[in-house]
Design a binder for this molecule. Structure first.
Ligand code: HAM
Length: 418
């Protein structure tokens, strides 16, 4: 039996992990500046949480969740996103009582049973932020600004921020009536997949990838025609705040999201550096979700970004990845006495903050020197039995070839001076 990774999953190998660590560092630094604190919710939850939170009628819930039954017969699901989990934790842990506004962020894997392709996996990673407790539309702009700030600090310049207001359920219901009046006579011209959306969520026809549907939707009544004064006013405030924060954006009245919980502001950041899956991040306001999941009515807004896609965009921008941090030194020891001394020496050096490796494969001196070079160690320390009595070591600078015989204190001086 030859084991293989599951379709749509990837190993992040030693060569790639420095890029991930770099991206995570940028995320944590930007979140610190905006005063968001890290949370780490569990990777699985009750299935019902996602079904209620994200919406039974969405593709995500109806087709894409990894759901299983535990030994107690409960239906559990690997999280397809983190907003529902954060809101569950917010309610369960009464975070709203501890602070009037909860600002949190997360970094971690998500799971969706989608058809894998470039930029679309079954296990992928997101970083995201949620601000729970404020109805002020200016915080919507803050959320968008965070996602843009992270992209900029990753060196990504080619992207577009598209925003829209998806209004309220009442406004969407009024719009739906008009939209259906327009669509139903044209239903025969839609593909089978899109025809199914007519009953489930006709708004999603606006982001269809099918050419025929796109043409039909060009003249479809837009949701924006149905906005009331409050929705219009909030949307204006978001746009003015984005201008103040220096975030360029376009209004896309056809932007709809794949999750049901959104109200008012919805946004996406897209990049031409990516292929068909061009959304780097997305989010928006979800004022009804906390109450929907059993909490007191509490306004909230947030976003999440795909980390694989962010890394793809960084690579397309010319980011080559970072060098794995170099090894400080490799200790070369051959016989038993030397190997014992090597272990003690490695311990002392590591305690002093130096990165040290040594041979565990019984290799010859020559082979160990080759290994030190392969690992691009800065120094090799050769331990010789003859020097043990006087506690001397031979240190070789592998870049210059310079070599010296020194006691421990001397070694430290040489290592820290380079
Ligand atoms: P989402 O738009 O479903 O929103 O996902 C956000 C981002 O995750 C996408 O823009 C994309 O970059 C990445 N992504 C999604 N699915 C995949 C996949 N299969 N493979 C690779 N990357 C993927 C949410 O998840 C919401 N929870 C965002 C949010 C937070 N809204 C409010 N707060």
């Amino acid at each position: 039996m030859k084991y293989q990774r599951i379709k749509g999953t990837f190993d992040i190998l030693p060569d790639e992990s420095p890029k991930w660590i770099h991206l995570e560092k940028v995320v944590r630094e930007v979140m610190r500046r905006f005063n968001y604190s890290e949370v780490r919710p569990p990777l699985f939850e009750m299935t019902e949480l996602f079904a209620r939170g994200i919406g039974e009628g969405t593709d995500l819930v109806s087709k894409e969740m990894f759901t299983f039954t535990d030994m107690g017969g409960r239906s559990l699901t690997l999280r397809p996103e983190a907003t529902a989990s954060v809101v569950r934790a917010y309610i369960e842990e009464s975070l709203g009582k501890q602070a009037p506004l909860t600002k949190v962020f997360y970094i971690g894997p998500m799971f969706r049973q989608e058809k894998p392709q470039k930029g679309r996996q079954r296990q992928f990673h997101q970083f995201g932020a949620e601000a729970i407790g404020a109805a002020d539309p200016r915080i919507d702009a803050e959320i968008i600004a965070i996602s843009v700030q992270i992209l900029q600090e990753c060196g990504i310049e080619k992207y577009e921020v598209a925003i829209n207001s998806v209004a309220t359920p009442e406004i969407r219901a009024r719009h739906r009536v008009e939209l259906l009046k327009y669509i139903e006579p044209r239903a025969a011209d839609l593909s089978a997949v899109d025809r199914e959306k007519i009953t489930r969520n006709p708004l999603r026809l606006f982001d269809s990838k099918e050419k025929s549907t796109r043409e039909i939707m060009l003249d479809a009544p837009l949701l924006s025609k149905f906005y009331d004064d409050a929705v219009n006013r909030d949307f204006e405030i978001v746009m003015a705040a984005l201008e103040k924060l220096g975030v360029p954006f376009v209004v896309d009245p056809r932007l709809v999201r794949g999750l049901d919980y959104y109200t008012r502001t919805a946004f996406e950041v897209r990049s031409s550096l990516l292929g068909a899956q061009d959304a780097l991040s997305g989010g928006g306001r979800y004022d009804l979700l906390v109450a929907e999941l059993g909490g007191d009515p509490t306004p909230a807004v947030g976003f999440a970004a795909g980390m694989e896609r962010t890394l793809l965009a960084m690579e397309a921008t010319g980011f080559k990845g970072l060098e794995a941090s170099l090894l400080d030194l490799f200790i070369v020891a051959v016989n038993e006495d030397e190997r014992r001394e090597a272990l003690t020496l490695a311990g002392r050096l590591r305690e002093a903050g130096i990165s040290v490796d040594l041979d565990f494969l019984g290799r010859s001196q020559k082979a160990q020197m080759k290994e030190a070079a392969r690992q691009r160690a800065r120094f090799a320390i050769l331990v010789f039995s003859d020097d043990l009595a006087t506690q001397q070591y031979t240190i070789k600078n592998l870049a210059s070839g310079e070599q010296e015989r020194l006691p421990y204190a001397g070694l430290m001086r040489v290592i820290v001076s380079v």
